[in-house]
Ligand binder design. Structure first.
Ligand SMILES: N[C@@H](CCC(=O)N[C@@H](CS)C(=O)NCC(=O)O)C(=O)O
Length: 213
C-alpha cells in the first residue's frame, strides 16, 4: 500500500529472491517506502553503488535516509523497533523479547542453512553444524507451533513473518511436507493482507523482469 516516490525508506529489491521477506515486512509496517527494483540478471547488485550499501552484493537492502541495513533478520529487528506502533516486536523490556529474538535468528541463522543441508544432501552433523541439523530445526519449529498459533506471546510478530517465509520456501521446494503443523501455520500467515499485497507487488515486478529461459 504505502509505496511512494518521496519516502525516506528505500527497499533495494529483486523479484523472486529473499527480498520478498523485507517487502512483506514493509507492507506489515504500513510505513511509506520506495521500491528500487531490479533484475538480478543485470548484476546491479555487484555494482559499486550497491556494494556501498551491502558489501556482500546481495538483496535485500533497506536504506533509511542515508543509512543502509542489510541481512533480512537485521532489517526486521531494526524496522520493527524503529516503528513500534505497528506492534510487530515485543518492547525492549517485555519478557517475550528474548524468545522473539531467538525466533528471528532461528529463521535466518538456523532454518536457512538447515534447508541447504537438506537440499544439498549434506551429511547431518548436529553437534558441529551451527544450525544443528535439518531434523532438529524441523522438530523445534513443529513443537513450538503444535499448540500455539504464533511463535511468541500469542500474537503475530516479525518472528512469525521470517519463520513462515522460510518454511514457505521449504514447502515450495519440497523439503517440508505440504500438510501438517508447519504447512497449516504457513497457510494462516500467508492469508494476511500484507502478505497478499506483497505478493501482488512481487507478481508485478516479476512481470517487469521475466525470468530468462
Ligand atoms: N543472508 C541474506 C541472504 C541474502 C541473499 O542471499 N540474497 C540473494 C537473493 S535470494 C542474492 O542477493 N543473491 C545474489 C548474489 O549473491 O549474487 C539475507 O537474509 O538477507
Amino acid at each position: 500500500m504505502p509505496e511512494t516516490l518521496a519516502a525516506d525508506l528505500v527497499l533495494h529489491y529483486a523479484p523472486r529472491t529473499r527480498s520478498f521477506g523485507a517487502l512483506w515486512l514493509l507492507e506489515e509496517l504500513g510505513v511509506p517506502y520506495r521500491l528500487e527494483s531490479f533484475d538480478l540478471a543485470t548484476k546491479h547488485h555487484k555494482s559499486a553503488a550497491h556494494l556501498a550499501l551491502n558489501p556482500m552484493g546481495k538483496v535485500p537492502v533497506v536504506v533509511d535516509g542515508e543509512v543502509p541495513v542489510s541481512e533480512t533478520g537485521a532489517i526486521a529487528i531494526y524496522l520493527c523497533d524503529r516503528y513500534p506502533a505497528a506492534g510487530l516486536a515485543p518492547s525492549f523490556d517485555a519478557t517475550t523479547r528474548p524468545a522473539y529474538l531467538r525466533w528471528i535468528f532461528f529463521a535466518t541463522a538456523l532454518f536457512e542453512p538447515a534447508l541447504a543441508e537438506k537440499f544439498g544432501k549434506w551429511e547431518p552433523r548436529p553437534s558441529s553444524h551451527a544450525w544443528g541439523s535439518f531434523d532438529q530445526v524441523l522438530e523445534a519449529a513443529t513443537q513450538a507451533l503444535e499448540t500455539e498459533p504464533f511463535l511468541v506471546g500469542g500474537r503475530f510478530t516479525a518472528a512469525d513473518l521470517l519463520c513462515a517465509n522460510v518454511f514457505r520456501f521449504g514447502i515450495m521446494f519440497g523439503a517440508l511436507p505440504k500438510e501438517g503443523v508447519l504447512a497449516d501455520y504457513v497457510g494462516r500467515m500467508t492469508k494476511r493482507d500484507a502478505f497478499v499485497r506483497a505478493s501482488e507487488i512481487e507478481a508485478r515486478e516479476g512481470a517487469r523482469f521475466p525470468m530468462k529461459k
